[in-house]
Each structure stands twice: as structure tokens, then as C-alpha cells.
Design a protein around this ligand. Structure first.
Ligand code: TGC
Ligand code: FAD
Length: 392
């Protein structure tokens, strides 16, 4: 892959809206991506391997549970900081951002929000340092967009629960030490359970043959009469709203992350358009290429404003689930369109691994599907503005 010459676009001087602390966190993550991700990511993606050696470094830049309070080992940052971290990491690769999102929003968040004090003290500090890695099992083979139909279940056996079922498409599953698993009790009520790697009857086969998110490790979670100690049930929230609450936090991170992927594609295409000469002049001098680039920077700027405003709402605990859905949906689609257009500006070179664009383009096919598909988020907005539920 070519040297990483990334320069972040900031057309509306949005840096002025950030505090010194935000900029420090953002800039150190940006430097880390240049130093530790850009030189290796193409190779790992080609080999379809997750670079496990970066886990400690992700912890060092504060990417695991950025908003978790210091009492539990987190850095206690605000939501703009969390967003900026996701943006910078996804500028490197969506799969690496996935690992950070899952650890933060889908593993640490439910333990922090729904766990007992003992569970928080036992797991959160080790998750913050990467000593423990986690995954989140909601999706099942027959229940993706409709997780409320899940069939994974647990029965009360007196001194423990007995867990049976299967989860599919689980990021980090093949190497995770713990899994936050959503399952129904005998009354059909959804609860979260902390399932640990060494529990008998629990296996995590890896999912192969992905053309997208190749540097992220994806797998299944299979539960065959797994004995889960009762103290591993998350006691403070149940029902579908519990996992969906975690998704709000992860979707928020994706709304920022997608901007990172888009910025990288735009920056690469802009630089290439000024260097590549055809018909005696740089291709960036042709109106058709300028139209593409001008529309890209316009869409990136709009997405940045949306994410920043959502971050301020989130900091004030005022962001609604529907507002988060809108930002996830808009910003991922924006990034997909920019990746496709940027790829064309590079002509044939755009399909090679010498540049990051094709990898971003393929990754975004997962990002538009997971954490609620593009269509599901549209229906969430539709429900919010009409009051009419298209799901039922
Ligand atoms: P519905 O009847 O609407 O709601 C059930 C209960 O949940 C509450 N609720 C929420 N709570 C918090 N946050 C949200 N976003 C919420 N949305 C709904 C709701 O108020 C209700 O509470 P209560 O107390 O009345 O019971 O549920 P529904 O069955 O009609 O489904 C609604 C729908 C379709 C929007 C929802 O199921 C959905 O979002 N589906 C998409 C599934 C999804 O996003 N899966 C993601 C899996 S995890 C993943 O992809 C990780 S990728 C990781 C990576 O980054 O690598
Ligand atoms: P389906 O739900 O079968 O949807 C298929 C199509 O039908 C979609 O286009 C959808 O929009 C459309 N559709 C569905 N319902 C409706 C409707 N009511 N109206 C209109 N259209 C509809 N899950 C986890 O739990 N944990 C993870 O860590 C995780 N990581 C993932 C990593 C990757 C790489 C991928 C690809 C997925 C991951 N997922 C994870 C699963 C992801 O959340 C699901 O793929 C997603 O929710 C969609 O479910 P599905 O694939 O079963 O598609």
C-alpha cells in the first residue's frame, strides 16, 4: 500500500467546535492509525485476518469504553471524543473500528448500564485495557432485523441457568473471552447473560468467505446446554429495549466512523486527481471530476455537522434513538457513495490494494447492513415522524 499521506478535510472549520481535549484525542488516534494501521491493514485484509497484536494499542488510545467512568477503568470521556475516536479508527479500516465499537458499546456499555456492581468491578477494568475482549450476540440465523423473535433460551436449574441456541454474524466471536448473549427465559422475556469462553458446551466457529470487513474476525456463538452461573445474568434491565439500548450507542459510533472512511476516500481521490495527467492536464482540472469532488466534500461536511450536533445532544442525554438512526443511515450511505465515486476517479488503480478505497467500499457493505440495515433505519424514521409502525 502507498504511504499514508492523509490530510483531514474540514471545510466548515469544525475544529473550532472542538475543545483542546477533543483535538488531542483525535490527533493522537490519527497518528496511531498512520503509524500502526495504514502500513499493515491491506495485508491483513487480503489474508482475512484480524491483527490481534493491535489490541493493547487500541486500549492505549482510549478506544475501549471511552465514556466509561474512571472508577471502572475507563477514560471517562464525552461522546464527541468517542465519536472522534471512531472516525479516526474507521479512517484506517471499518473492521478495526468494529472491534472497538463492539468492545465499547456492546460489551462494556451493557455491563456498565445493566450490570451489578460486582460485574462492573470484575469485568470493566480488564475490558478497558484489552486484557479481556468481548463480543455481543443478538442476531440469530432466523432473526436478524427482527431480534425480538429470537429462540436462544435459558432455563432456571436452581443453582445455575442452562443456555441453548445459536447466534450468527458475531464480530470478535472467534477470539472473545466473554460474550454478552441475549436470550429468552421460560416466560419469553429477553435477558443479557455474560457467557465466558471456558464454559462447557460453548463454541465460537469462525465465519469464512467474507468479501467485506475482512480484517475483522466474525463467527457464530453456539450454546449446547451451557451452564451459566446465576451471578452472570445482567440484573438491571430486561426486554428487547436492553439490547436495543446498546445498539443506540454503537450506531452513534458508526455515524462518526463512516465519516472517517469517506474522508479517506475523498482525500485519496483529491490527491490523485491533482497528480494524474490525461489529455495533457491533471484530471482534477476536468469539470466532471470536479463535480464528483465538490459533491463529496459537500456531503462530508453535512455528515460532520450531523454527527457533531448528535454528539452534543448525546452529551446532554437528549439524543433520541430515531435521531441516532437517521445519522447512522445517512452517514453510511454518504460514505458508500463517496467510496464508489472516489474509486472511479482512480480509474484502474482504484481497484488495487495500493489504495484504500476499494477496501473501504467493500467494508461499507457490512456497515450498511449491521447495527440495523439501511431500510430498517428508514422505517424507524418513518415511525417516528408518522406515528405509524411499519414493522407490525
Ligand atoms: P419494538 O416493539 O419497537 O421495541 C421493543 C422495546 O424496545 C424499545 N426500543 C428501544 N430501546 C432502546 N433503544 C432503541 N433504539 C429502541 N428501539 C426500541 C421499545 O421502546 C420497546 O420497549 P418496551 O419497554 O415497550 O418493551 O421492537 P420491534 O420488535 O418492533 O423491533 C423494532 C426494530 C425493528 C426497530 C428493532 O428490532 C431493530 O432495531 N432491528 C434491527 C436489529 C439490529 O440492529 N441488529 C443489530 C445486531 S448487533 C450488530 O449488528 C453488531 S455489528 C458490530 C460491529 O460494529 O461490528
Ligand atoms: P435480514 O433481517 O434477513 O434482512 C434482509 C433484507 O430484508 C434487508 O435488506 C432488510 O433491510 C430487509 N428487511 C427486513 N425486515 C424488513 C421490513 N420489516 N421491511 C422492509 N425490509 C425489511 N449481529 C450481532 O448480534 N452481533 C455482531 O457482532 C454482529 N456483527 C456483524 C458483523 C458483520 C460483518 C455482519 C455482516 C453482520 C453482523 N451482525 C451482528 C448481524 C447484523 O446485525 C445483521 O446482519 C443485520 O441486523 C441484518 O440481519 P440479516 O442479515 O438477518 O438480514
Amino acid at each position: 500500500m502507498k504511504p499514508d499521506l492523509f490530510e483531514a478535510p474540514d471545510y466548515y472549520n469544525l475544529d473550532e467546535l472542538l475543545t483542546d481535549e477533543h483535538k488531542l484525542i483525535r490527533d493522537s488516534a490519527r497518528e496511531w492509525v498512520k503509524k500502526s494501521i495504514s502500513p499493515i491493514i491491506e495485508d491483513y485484509a487480503q489474508k482475512a485476518k484480524f491483527p490481534e497484536h493491535i489490541i493493547n494499542e487500541l486500549a492505549d488510545i482510549g478506544a475501549f469504553g471511552p465514556y466509561i467512568p474512571e472508577k471502572y477503568g475507563g477514560p471517562g470521556l464525552d461522546h464527541i471524543s468517542y465519536g472522534l475516536l471512531m472516525q479516526e479508527i474507521e479512517r484506517g479500516d471499518s473492521g478495526i473500528r468494529s472491534t472497538a465499537s463492539v468492545q465499547s458499546s456492546l460489551v462494556m456499555y451493557p455491563i456498565w448500564k445493566y450490570g451489578s456492581e460486582e460485574q462492573k468491578m470484575k469485568f470493566l477494568p480488564k475490558l478497558a485495557t484489552g486484557e479481556l475482549m468481548g463480543c455481543f450476540g443478538l442476531t440469530e440465523p432466523d432473526h436478524g432485523s427482527n431480534p425480538g423473535g429470537m429462540t436462544t433460551n435459558f432455563k432456571d436449574k436452581g443453582d445455575h441457568f442452562l443456555l441453548n441456541g445459536a447466534k450468527l454474524w458475531i464480530s470478535n466471536a472467534p477470539f472473545a473471552d466473554i460474550a454478552i448473549v441475549w436470550a429468552k427465559n421460560e416466560e419469553g422475556r429477553i435477558h443479557g447473560l455474560i457467557v465466558e469462553r471456558n464454559m462447557e458446551g460453548f463454541t465460537t466457529p469462525e465465519t469464512h468467505n467474507k468479501w467485506s470487513l475482512r480484517a475483522s474476525s466474525t463467527g457464530e456463538l453456539i450454546f449446547n446446554d451451557v451452564k451459566v452461573p446465576k451471578e452472570n445474568l445482567l440484573p438491571n434491565k430486561s426486554g428487547l429495549g436492553a439490547p436495543l439500548g446498546c445498539l443506540d450507542s454503537a450506531r452513534y459510533g458508526i455515524a462518526w466512523g463512516a465519516i472517517g472512511a469517506a474522508m479517506d476516500c475523498y482525500d485519496t481521490a483529491l490527491r490523485y486527481s491533482k497528480e494524474r495527467v490525461q489529455f495533457g492536464k491533471p484530471i482534477g482540472g476536468f469539470q466532471l471530476q470536479q463535480k464528483k469532488l465538490a459533491e463529496m466534500i459537500t456531503e462530508i461536511t453535512k455528515a460532520q455537522l450531523l454527527a457533531w450536533r448528535l454528539g452534543t445532544l448525546k452529551n446532554g442525554e437528549k439524543a433520541t434513538s430515531a435521531q441516532i438512526s437517521m445519522a447512522k443511515r445517512n452517514n453510511v450511505e454518504m460514505a458508500m457513495k463517496i467510496a464508489r465515486e472516489a474509486r472511479q476517479i482512480l480509474g484502474g488503480m482504484g481497484i488495487t490494494g495500493d489504495y484504500s478505497i476499494m477496501r473501504h467500499m467493500m467494508n461499507l457493505e457490512s456497515v450498511v447492513t449491521y447495527e440495523g440495515t439501511h431500510d430498517i433505519h428508514l422505517l424507524i424514521t418513518g415511525l417516528d415522524i408518522t406515528g405509524l409502525n411499519a414493522f407490525k
